[in-house]
Structures are given as C-alpha cells and as structure tokens.
Design a protein around this ligand. Sequence first.
Ligand code: DCT
Ligand code: MG
Length: 393
Amino acid sequence: SWFTECMGAGKPVQVEARHCLVKSCPVIDQYLEPSTVETVSQYACQRRTTMENHNQIFTDAFAILAENAEFNESEGPCLAFMRAASLLKSLPHAISSSKDLEGLPCLGDQTKAVIEDILEYGQCSKVQDVLCDDRYQTIKLFTSVFGVGLKTAEKWYRKGFHSLEEVQADNAIHFTKMQKAGFLYYDDISAAVCKAEAQAIGQIVEETVRLIAPDAIVTLTGGFRRGKECGHDVDFLITTPEMGKEVWLLNRLINRLQNQGILLYYDIVESTFDKTRLPCRKFEAMDHFQKCFAIIKLKKELAAGRVQKDWKAIRVDFVAPPVDNFAFALLGWTGSRQFERDLRRFARHERKMLLDNHALYDKTKKYLKKKTTNNYLALNDVCSDLSEWHYKG
Ligand code: DCT
Ligand code: MG
C-alpha cells in the first residue's frame, strides 16, 4: 500500500514486495522518479540504506572476498564484491532463498554462488579458504599499520615476514615517519574509534578552532556523519567564510593542538588545488585540498574501553577545502566509498555531468560551472534525494 500511495492514485504498479526498499517518506518521495521506487537501483546513491543490515552474513563474506581481491590487485572482482555487499545492505529484509535474488542488480554468477553457498551450508568455502590463506592474513596484518600500503606490505611479505615483530626487528628496513607512528601507537589506533570518542575529539577540535577563528566551520564527516557507531578514524572538514584563509586555519589548528601537548603525530599534505586543472577525471583520485593526517591523544576518562595509559591515541583526518568547494568536499568525504563511486557514476551516465570532491561539471556545456550557486543547484539536481535520508540513515 505504501507503494501505490507514493506512486499516486490511479497508477497501479505491480512490484513484488521483496523489491521494495523501505516505507514511504513524503520528503523523499517527491524527489524519487517512479523507476527508482519500483526496482532496486544499480546505483548505491539511488537506494535508501539504513544502518540496519539484514544481510550481514553475506556482506561480511563479500567484504573479505573484496579485500582479498584488492590485495591481489584484481580490480574487477573487488568492485563486484563491494557492489554486491552495498546492494545487500540496502535490502529491507534478509535473503532467505535464492528466489529472493531474482531481479536484483549488481549480482553476477560469482556473487550469487557465494550467497547460495551460505544459504545452503551457513558459510562459503571460498571465504574460508581466503581466511586461511597465508598471504591474505599477512597482507591484512601489515596493511593494518598506519602508513603501510599494499606495495610495502607485499615487499615485507616477499621477504618472508609474517609478524609485525619480525618486520620491526629488520634493521635493513627504513620506516617512514608515518610508519614509525603506526608501530608506536599500533594497539590504540588498530582498535575501533567509537562514537563517544569521535564526539570528544570533535569537541576539542571545535573549541580549538573557535579560539583561532570564531566564524570558522567545523564539520564531522566520514563514517560518523553517516551515523556509524564506530570507525577507524575521525574525519573533519574545516573552512572559513573567507576564501583562501582555510590553509592558514588548518596550520594554526595544528599549532594549537601541538601546544596543548595532544598532537602525537601529524603530516600536512599541501594543497595542490588548481582550478585550471579541474575536473579531476581519475575515478578514485583524492582531492587537492590541504589536509592533515594526525594522531591525537584522548584523555583516558574520555576514551571508551580499557586503556592502560592516561590516554588513547586516535587517528584524525582534517581536510581544509575553500568555502566555495565546501559542499562538494563534504559530499565526497561523507562516503561511503561505494556511495561516492556510484554517485559519480550516476552523475556521469544519467546526468551527463562530472562530479568530484571539488565541484560538479556539466559535460554538455564543456566548462566549469563558475558560480557556486549554480554548482549548488546542479548538485541538488543530482542528489536531491540524498541529503534528506542517506546521511540520516
Ligand atoms: N573516500 C572515498 N574514496 C576512497 C576513500 C575514501 O570516497 N577511496 C571517502 C569516503 C569516506 C571518506 O572519504 C572518509 O574515508 P575513511 O575514513 O577511510 O572512511 P569512513 O567511511 O569514515 O570509514 P571509517 O569509519 O573506517 O573511518
Ligand atoms: Mg573515517
């Protein structure tokens, strides 16, 4: 009944219950095109996804297979598993038989076989094989160190190392400043950051920024903005109403945190923001804003769980976009990865536009939309149905 209600009277639509997403919401429905309500969209940005995952048994399996494919640099399979996981997370019910998969997008033979295995045996042998795989286990361990990417992890694995102790004991390895911090604070930063800890860090950042620039904008982003209960870091966007002052603000913030004695590590990545070289066409390319990857001390009283020392080390990312690009930076840094990927794909294929963390570009007009207001309008067009529910979900 909710479906006919939102489709309007006199327009009966036949759709099977298993393909409906969530209950009608007037705020959302006015933006949704009939086709997106009728079927499950292939785009994550067109699917209502809440924090309630009814298919965790499958999505956990896909996460492992995707990670393993990433470690093997098998881009196609990695993407396929991530897409399948994202799709299953949006379903308002648990998959209980292979019949439930009929008509769903983003599922190929391989992903369906995984689901069928789990339905039949409670687990998937492919996933079990990955979990027992020496290379997977070791690469996972090595890449869990802050500052260690796939290339470095592979190098260490090829040297025959299997533990962090073995790696650290090798005098021939030169560790970057980031990796040294990664090893030093490994126990703390490999533990999840919970919402209360993120909020406590947010308060410190907010208060410190206010002392520097009372009119500055500080926004918690990343997984915590999506409502996640825990994450691996805390992400912030900071900017000033005055264009160009944001870099100064970020530098001052870092100085102040350092003076407070709570900055354990920081790495400022200078802005390479060059409007003449936009749009950035590389799909997963990072943006060009000034940013800082940091590790901050959070007092024991504010940290969740058992902490041996007086403080817990927390990974924090700061990004400082110019205020004109703030909306796009916020959209890009809110995530999830799959949501961002699909939002860009949707903009490109369905709206003939290019979206990145800096702006939205109209491909048909072949120029960068100059006025920020235009960008905001265009952005609204692409993801009008997004702000109201995705981030609140
Ligand atoms: N992001 C992206 N593409 C990537 C990496 C990141 O679009 N390849 C965006 C989406 C999320 C945001 O940046 C912040 O990144 P993370 O902190 O890595 O992600 P998260 O969703 O906040 O996850 P976590 O809770 O583990 O921190
Ligand atoms: Mg994060």
